[in-house]
Design a protein around this ligand. Sequence first.
Ligand SMILES: [Zn+2]
Length: 649
Amino acid sequence: MKKSILVCLTLLTVLAFAVSAIEQSKDQNGRRKAIEKTTAQAALTEIERKNPNASAQLSAVEKEIEADLSVDKAYKHMTFLVEEVGQRLAGTKSIAKAAHYIRKELEGYGLDARIDRFYMYHSYPEYAALKVIYPEDRAIEAKPCCHILSTLEEGLTGELVYAGAGGYEDYESLQVKDKIVLVDMTWAPPRPEKARIALEKGAKALVIMNWGTSDNPVIQMGAIKSVWGNPTPESFKQIPQIPVISITRASGEYLKELCSKGKVKVWLRAEATREWVLANQPIGTLYGTERPEEFVLVGGHLEAWGKTAICNSSGNSQILELARVLAKHKDKLKRSIVFGFWDGHEIAEAAGSTYYVDTNWDKLAQHCIAYVNIDNPGIVGTSIPKSSGVPEVREFQKSVVKDVWGEEGDWSMAYKGGDESFLGVGVPYIGFSTGYTPEELERLNWASLSPWLHSEADTLDKIDKKLYEKHLHFFAVLITRLCNSEMVPYDLSALVGVSKSHVESLKELSEGIKPIELNSLMAKVQQLESAVQSLNKYKEEMQAHQIGSEKEAIDLINEASIRVSRELSPILWMEADKYNQDPYGYYLVGKPIPKLYIPITNMRKLKENQEEFHLWHTQFIRERNRVSNAIGNAIGHLTLTTKLLEELK
Ligand SMILES: [Zn+2]
C-alpha cells in the first residue's frame, strides 16, 4: 500500500498533500515535480495577489490552475455573448453564431470540439394582451409565455382569482374551474409547474406577475412546457394546454389588490408558436491522463432570453476560461472533462442536456463522476454561497466551498430545474452560485435569480466582477478535485441515511392503512447500511496499509460507489423510470420515494372497500418490488466488491 493512497483517502481535506505525495511516489517524474513545485510556488504568490481570500487548503496543482485563470479573458467572452450576440433562442441565427464562436475557442485550446445538431420541440413568443373589464376598464401590458395553448383571435374572458405562488397548497381554499388564475413569479413552484397545476385545477388561463420590487419594469419571458426534454408519444399529451401570459410586478400587485376587494373580470389574448427546430449545441472534450474513460461533465445553458449577462453569458464565459486553463494543465488531470453548452434550455425545457443524456446514457451510467452546472455566477448584490446537489456529494461540495469561500454556505437538494437531467441515469448533480440574504430575498419578492432575469435588463452591469472572479476560482478547484480524486468523492452513508428517513416517513404516512407493509423494505435498507459499512471498513483498512493492490482496490471501490449511487438515484428522487424524466420543477422531488408516496397518499384518501383503494394497493406492491430490487442490486454490488477486496488483501 503506497503512502500516496492512504493520504488520498482523506482527499476532501488534504488533497494538497495527496497530490504532492503521488508525485513523490513516481521517481521518473522527479524532475517534472521539481519544475512543478517551483511553478506552483510562483503560482501561489500570484493567486494570493489576485485573490487574497484564497485558502491554504488548496493543493499545488489547484493553486497553479487558479493562478492561470484570467477574469479579463472570461469577461471578453461574456462581453461578446452579451453585446455581439444577446438573446439566443433555439433555432435562430444568433445561437448558431454563439455556438460557432464557442467551438472555435474550444478548438483553439486544443479540445476535441463539435456542435451537436438535433431536433427539439420548441416555441416562439408571438403576441399577448390583457384588459380588466370589470369593475373598471384598464389595458395592461403583457407578453406571452412559450409552449402555451394560443387563444383564438377574439381572446377569452373570465373571472380573475389570485392564487399566491400557484403551488398545490395555494389552491386549498380556492375554486378556479373555468376561471383565470393570477400567480406570483417565484421559483417554488417554477413557471411550468404553475401552469401544470393551474390546468389540473381547471383554470382556463394563467397570468404570471413578475418578482422583484414594485418599481421593477421588467416583464419576464419564459416557457411552460413542463414535459422535460423532447416529448415521447405519451408525454406529448401531457404538455399543459393552457394560455399563459406574463406581466410586470406593478400590474400584478394592482390586479391582486383589485381581486381582494371583490369580483374581477379580465379579457386576454395570447399567441405562441409550436414547432421543431434544429439545435446548435457545442461540446468539447479534454482527455485525462490516467483515467481517460472516466469523466467530469461541466455544463451550462447556452440558449438564453433577453440581454443574457446573468443567465447565462456569465456561465458560458466561465466554462470557456476554465476549458482554456484546464487544457493548459491537462497533463496533471487524471480524468477527462466534457464541456457542454446546452441548447433548448429555456423553452424546450432542458432538451439539450436531456439529448446529451439520451445519447450518452451508457457512458454516463458507467463513467461519469459528476455533473457540474454553471449558471448565474456573480449576480450583483448576492453574497451567500449556495450549493445544490444530491446527498452523496454534499460533504464534498461543502468542503470545496469552505476551502474557497472560507465558509460552508447553504446546501439544498437539487430540484428538477436548471439542467438537472441526470436524476434518472444517476450522475450526481453539483450546482453552485451565490444567492441573496433572506432579508434581501424577501425585499425582492423572492427574485432568487435577480429581478432582471430573462429580459433586456439583464446587462453586463448586473455582474459583480470580483464575485464573478471568485466563482471562476471556485469552479476551477471543484473540477480539478473531481478530476484528480483517486476515489470518487461519494458519501454512501449519506445515501443510506436518506433511504432510511424516506422509508420511515412513508411508514408514518401509511399509519392506519392496514394492507401497507413496509417492514420488509426497512429490513432491506438496513442490509444496505451494513453493506455500506463493510465497504467503509475496507476504505479504513486501506488507510491502515492492509490492502495490497492499490489501483485495483480503488477501481473496485469506485465502481461499487458509482453503481450504488446509480441504483438509488432514480428510486429516491423520481416518479418516472430511470430512462425518462419527470416534469419541470416537479413537486415530488424530495418527497419520500415518489413511486411509493403516490399510492400511499392516494390510499389515505380512500376507504378499504373502494375499488380505487385496491387499484392503488396493487400499484403500491409493484412499486415496492421495484424499490426493493434496486436496493438489492446496490447490496449485491457492495457484497461482491467487499469479497474481491478481501481477496486482494
Ligand atoms: Zn440561467
